[in-house]
Design a protein around this ligand. Sequence first.
Ligand SMILES: Cc1ncc(COP(=O)(O)O)c(C=O)c1O
Length: 378
Amino acid sequence: MSGRRIPVMIPRLGEEEAQAAADAVRSGWVAQGPRVARFEQEFAALVGAGHGVAVSSCTTALHLALVVLEVGRGDEVIVPSFSFIATANAVRYVGATPVFADVDLATGNLTVATVDAVRTPRTRAVIGVHQGGVPFDVAALRSAADGWGVALIEDAACAAGSTAYGQPVGAGSAISAWSFHPRKLLTTGEGGMVTTDDPACAARLRRLREHGMNVSAADRHASAQPVLESYLETAFNYRMTDIQAAIGLVQLGRLVGLVAQRRALAARYHDLLATIDGLVPVRDPAHGETNFQSFWVLINQEYGVGRDEVLAELAAAGVSARRGIMAAHLEPAYADVTSAPLPVTERLTRDSLILPLHHALTEDDQDHIVGVLRKLAG
Ligand SMILES: Cc1ncc(COP(=O)(O)O)c(C=O)c1O
């Protein structure tokens, strides 16, 4: 090894983002203001939603989605355990009980059957996660949730630029939560968004992210007349800054190119990995296209080497891979939750790993990574 290191992810940030952030600073308005408003409109348009409400993270977006749906104590919310822990945590923030459902082996996503298996009369909502960018079957889950009289929140943290049934993930969704953490395709450092088609829901979300005020601080500042605000409910400070939104506005223009580049690199991984027995890379589901935010590979028995050993060998060869997506029910924070058996979740979290995939990954890098995997297989 020549001291080369291949990171699992590098955010695509350039001089344009630096300039935009500097312009926001020079404007003298750095808190939530005009750039946040523009970012909301442009992001919502990009994902086919009527309204966007920018917040500080996807975690706070999920929290507000549950608050706005008035989910609370005594309610159950079905979530995949196979997700970043924020999905389950948000349910606890509102005092409700997370109920873990298993996922499909190929997509890592909830299905109508896995949700139905754990549904009870106390189920108020389901949080479907478009895991790693792979869209869940929105047509099936939305119509099942409607039939059950249960709200469907979409955790689209990873899914900007993914599509389902030919539409962007987010289109036709009652409420979706997004992340702009640097591990995602679009980043604002930290940051998130809630999108919805319902104007009343959007209006309440705007109030909830800003202390419950009936008028935003930006609007008060812009007014020539004194505006006496009032606080309509106990709420939160989950605002995004204009510096973040300035960066986000530049990032939006990169999305189409980033997705195309990732899909081309993923296709090349598929070709290279097809020659190694026992490695099953994530692929597009029948109903849509992933942005390949995470390129995970499931290790089957024929491969002959366990996941942790593979990770160690990759690390020794300068490749920063990651364990597969976590399972919340196996973490100490959820040790008190009794769930139905989650065999697919446990299989996926134990036997999968995430390979580097980002705009700066070269074919030479891919050959090196797959070379390590091939050599290990013997
Ligand atoms: C599925 C999912 N939901 C929620 C989050 C939380 O996002 P954030 O870091 O923006 O709070 C993540 C972050 O990795 C995620 O992958």
